[in-house]
Ligand binder design. Structure first.
Ligand SMILES: *[C@@H]1O[C@H](CO)[C@@H](O)[C@H](O)[C@H]1NC(C)=O
Length: 147
């Protein structure tokens, strides 16, 4: 199939609506993955935690529109859920304290994009493996271990 034919095909299967996502559009999206320095975190005896967040809009915005498109488009990763490996200071010990810490940290960054979020799950002190996009099954199976 020629590239033109493929493009026409992709444009028509989505209700005749062709979404062209530019580099500028991608820059409006929060990164899928971000990681704090693991070595540094462990040296300071802090907790290294993997957290996933489902994004919600504070108000309608271009970013939120793009996230909705990313959920529908087969040739784009869904950008609705983002993953972070966060170094959490050692004095935040309980689950609720850690959750509050990571949520406030990320919401500060998301506010200019008119987004907000709550942590879906928090898995601490596991060396992160971000080689593959984590499936929700994997995350759910390890998150159960956090007491
Ligand atoms: C991570 O932290 C360690 C220890 O402080 C440091 O040596 C290393 O350069 C840091 N790595 C990055 C990518 O900043």
């Amino acid at each position: 199939m020629g590239i033109t034919l493929l493009l026409i095909y992709m444009c028509t299967i989505y209700l005749g609506f062709c979404h062209v996502i530019t580099d500028e559009d991608y820059a409006l999206l929060p990164p899928l993955y971000e990681m704090d320095n693991y070595t540094n975190c462990k040296l300071q005896k802090n907790a290294y935690c993997q957290v996933s967040f489902t994004l919600k809009p504070l108000q309608n915005s271009k970013t939120w529109e793009l996230i909705q498109i990313s959920k529908k488009e087969k040739f784009m990763f869904s950008r609705e859920v983002i993953h972070r490996a966060v170094c959490i200071p050692g004095d935040y010990e309980g689950f609720e304290d850690r959750k509050a810490f990571v949520e406030s940290k990320i919401n500060e960054k998301l506010k200019p994009l008119y987004l907000s979020t709550k942590a879906d799950d928090i898995v601490c002190s596991v060396k992160p493996s971000f080689n593959l996009p984590p499936s929700s099954n994997t995350i759910q199976s390890i998150s159960a271990k956090l007491a």
